[in-house]
Write a protein that binds this ligand. Structure first.
Ligand code: SF4
Ligand code: SF4
Length: 78
C-alpha cells in the first residue's frame, strides 16, 4: 500500500468484503490488511493505484526469512 498515493477516498473500505480496511482520521489515509491473495477487492477498487498486490514468494520473502533465521542463529551462537 502506497500511503503517498492514497487520497483517502475510502472506496476500498466499501469494496472490502471483510470490512478490514480502516480509515485513519489523523493521517487522512487508510490502513488495510494483506489477507486476500490474487486480486483483492480493495486493490481493484482503488482509483489511484495506491493498493497493489505483490506475491510474497515473488519478492523473495521466504529466502529473506531463511537468511534472517541463519543470521539469528549465528548471532545467538556468538
Ligand atoms: S486484502 Fe482483502 S480482506 Fe484485506 S483489505 Fe483488501 S479486500 Fe479486504
Ligand atoms: S481506495 Fe485507494 S485512494 Fe481511496 S482510500 Fe482506499 S487506498 Fe486510498
Amino acid at each position: 500500500m502506497l500511503e503517498d498515493v492514497c487520497v483517502g477516498c475510502k472506496v476500498c473500505t466499501i469494496a472490502c468484503p471483510f470490512g478490514t480496511v480502516n480509515y485513519v482520521a489523523d493521517t487522512g489515509k487508510v490502513q488495510k490488511c494483506d489477507l486476500c491473495g490474487g486480486e483483492p477487492a480493495c486493490a481493484e477498487a482503488c482509483p489511484t493505484g495506491a493498493i497493489t498486490y505483490i506475491d510474497a514468494s515473488w519478492t523473495g520473502l521466504s529466502r529473506m526469512q531463511q537468511w534472517a533465521d541463519k543470521l539469528g542463529n549465528q548471532n545467538a551462537a556468538a
